[in-house]
Design a protein around this ligand. Structure first.
Ligand SMILES: C[S@@+](CC[C@H](N)C(=O)[O-])C[C@H]1O[C@@H](n2cnc3c(N)ncnc32)[C@H](O)[C@@H]1O
Ligand code: SF4
Ligand code: SF4
Length: 369
């Protein structure tokens, strides 16, 4: 971590966790070691991921065009996390400071969702607990349950400013219903004076929503959300036809940044901030093999971030069969880290990962998974 980044990191820490995390020295020690190891990239890790995404369900009520689960890649099983299995999985991450309770499905469809949030909050009172949700199912009852239940962040995916675009991209949803759900959630938060959750909205940039990012930001402001996430679409080798070109990204993002500044709106995620632009001269630098975007499926498998979303196609191991300590430095993880350090794409998805390492775009695909 650079010295000049510390004030901003502390400000975020305070707003997200209320500094409770500082009362747990082991969590802080692991966090700092993990940040260091992500830079040094050892083949055998001593720290464990501090941020984990655990999938509650991979069932969904929508079929968005950009989503991997709509691509019919390979048959994958649908299912829900067994609460007993969840407890067994969470126990293996005593130092987790950020726990995201979704994967490739809609967390609001999961019947034990609020029990799991409550359990997680009791077990890890210092942790930030977040979800991404399509928001279509956040009715009055769910909105009230969300207040101060332990959930720190609710990021609602919209991807559009116009109802026609929304219908096209987020197939099965309705923008007016979603906007009303968001307004009600914010109204209830104000009425109950709840501190959490912070409520944000997401916009994944695809061809169909070109030109709608600035109006989306203005609508977000009008609804009173706490932050926006602007996200570039990840494509890999799965045949997404809706991908934008860089010039389109750059023009729209420049206008969006200007509007965000004018409105004084917080933006948690902005393409280019964290990964940089695709650049053929860029050397391979992906932290996923060192635990960034660490992800567990509803049935306990460790996949590679969201780049290999289904255990049927790739897994480092299953946390219900083997302890995390054995999987984290197993042969496959170590081989992948060695390859990544040599600049070779460790799994087939990396060979065409245009989001982060374009120099592999034309390289032959090498599958190890
Ligand atoms: C996979 S969804 C799961 C949670 C929930 N169903 C939702 O839509 O928010 C999580 C986030 O990933 C985003 N997403 C889906 N496909 C993507 C892609 N190809 N590139 C980038 N983000 C994507 C979604 O738009 C959403 O914001
Ligand atoms: S709502 Fe979320 S999980 Fe469902 S298809 Fe859309 S992006 Fe994928
Ligand atoms: S597909 Fe891209 S982001 Fe995913 S692990 Fe490979 S290089 Fe990293």
């Amino acid at each position: 971590m650079k010295l000049q980044e510390i004030p901003e990191k502390l400000r975020r820490l305070r707003s997200d966790y209320g500094l409770k995390v500082l009362l747990h020295p082991e969590v802080v020690r692991n966090y700092l070691l993990h940040e260091k190891e992500k830079t040094e990239k050892p083949v055998v890790m001593s720290s464990v991921p501090w941020a984990i995404e655990i999938e509650m369900t991979n069932r969904c009520n929508l079929a968005c065009t950009q989503c991997f689960r709509s691509k019919g890649l390979k048959p994958y099983r649908l299912g829900d996390m067994d609460p007993a299995n969840y407890r067994q999985i969470l126990d293996q991450f005593p130092s987790a400071a950020l726990i995201v309770l979704n994967g490739f499905g809609e967390p609001m469809m999961y019947p034990h969702f609020f029990d799991i949030v409550e359990y997680t909050h009791k077990a890890r009172p210092w942790a930030k607990i977040g979800i991404y949700t399509n928001g279509m199912l956040i009715d009055d009852e769910k909105a009230r349950k969300m207040m101060d239940c332990g959930l720190t962040e609710v990021s609602i995916s919209i991807d559009a400013a116009r109802p026609e675009t929304y219908r096209k991209v987020r197939r099965g949803g309705k923008l007016d219903v979603l906007h009303e759900n968001i307004r009600r959630l914010i109204r209830i938060k104000r009425e109950t004076k709840a501190r959490f959750p912070h409520v944000g909205v997401n916009f994944v940039m695809v061809n169909d929503n070109e030109g709608e990012l600035v109006p989306f930001i203005e609508q977000a402001r009008e609804m009173g959300v706490d932050y926006v996430n602007c996200i570039s679409m990840a494509t890999w080798d799965w045949g997404f036809g809706n991908r934008r070109f860089e010039a389109s990204y750059r023009a729209e993002l420049t206008a969006a940044r200007k509007r965000l500044d004018e409105l004084g709106m917080a933006c948690k995620s902005f393409p280019g901030d964290s990964f940089g632009w695709a650049d053929p001269r860029r050397t391979f630098d992906c932290n996923f093999f060192w635990g960034e975007n660490f992800r567990v499926t509803y049935d306990g498998n460790i996949t590679l971030g969201c780049c290999t979303p289904f255990a049927e196609t790739f897994t480092y191991g299953n946390l219900l069969d083997q302890p995390f300590s054995e999987i984290w430095n197993n042969d496959l993880f170590r081989r992948n880290r060695e390859m990544a350090k040599r600049g070779e794409p460790p799994v087939s998805a990396c060979a065409s990962c245009d989001a982060f390492c374009k120099r592999f775009f034309t390289a032959p695909q090498i599958g190890t998974g």
